[in-house]
Each structure stands twice: as structure tokens, then as C-alpha cells.
Write a protein that binds this ligand. Structure first.
Ligand SMILES: [Cu+2]
Length: 127
């Protein structure tokens, strides 16, 4: 009988230690990446602001493929110029997926474009 009580007390103290080790973290205090959403053939918002040192989440909201690289569409011509200080971007999206770019460690304006869809540009302003 005493052994059972002792075991019970041990289990209780162990559980107390385990539970107190779990901290509740407010989700709002975790820094979130800025996100840019993509539709079938466009960026939903064509300009995003990213705080210096942070990453950018690119989210494909639909079942369309996209290949996102450094550069921009100038009319019907793709210009794959990568600005100084821009992170290397070469991401293939299959549809309904999310990938991160960066971190953007240099302040400035950086252009990203989709090689599949003409005119599909995103301007990233890093401050
Ligand atoms: Cu695209």
C-alpha cells in the first residue's frame, strides 16, 4: 500500500516538473515573415515591404506553377538582372505551396519575377 502511495507521489511530482517545463508562448510575439501571395498568373500584391534582415514568404494560393527568380518583366522582355545585395532567388512552385526568400540583409528595392507568366512582377522594398 505504501509503495502505491509513494509511486503516486513520484508520478505527480514528475508531471509537475514536466508541465512547468512547457511555457505558453503568445503567437503574436513571434516575428512573422512578410508574405506575398500569388494567383494563377500574377502576384496578388505587386509590392511588399520587408524589414531589413527578415525573410519573405511567397505563397502560391492556387494550383498553378510558378518559377520565381531575380529580375523583372519589362514589357514582354524578361530582364534577369540581380541587384547588388539581393538574395539569390530561384524557386519553383508546384501550386498550393509556400517558400521563403532571403533574408534580405541590404536595404533597397529588389525585383522578382515569374519566368512562366509574362508581366508577373514583384517589387520588394527592404527598409
Ligand atoms: Cu507565375
Amino acid at each position: 500500500m505504501n509503495k502505491k502511495i509513494l509511486f503516486g507521489l513520484l508520478a505527480l511530482s514528475l508531471m509537475t516538473v514536466l508541465f512547468s517545463a512547457c511555457r505558453v508562448i503568445d503567437a503574436n510575439t513571434i516575428p512573422k515573415n512578410v508574405s506575398a501571395h500569388m494567383g494563377a498568373a500574377t502576384f496578388i500584391q505587386t509590392k511588399v515591404e520587408v524589414p531589413k534582415g527578415q525573410k519573405l514568404d511567397i505563397i502560391d494560393d492556387v494550383a498553378a506553377s510558378h518559377i520565381i527568380k531575380n529580375g523583372t518583366w519589362k514589357g514582354s522582355k524578361a530582364d534577369s538582372t540581380k541587384e547588388a545585395g539581393a538574395p539569390d532567388v530561384n524557386l519553383t512552385f508546384a501550386g498550393g505551396d509556400k517558400q521563403s526568400v532571403g533574408p534580405f540583409n541590404t536595404a533597397g528595392t529588389f525585383e522578382l519575377y515569374c519566368t512562366i507568366h509574362g508581366g508577373m512582377n514583384l517589387t520588394v522594398v527592404v527598409k
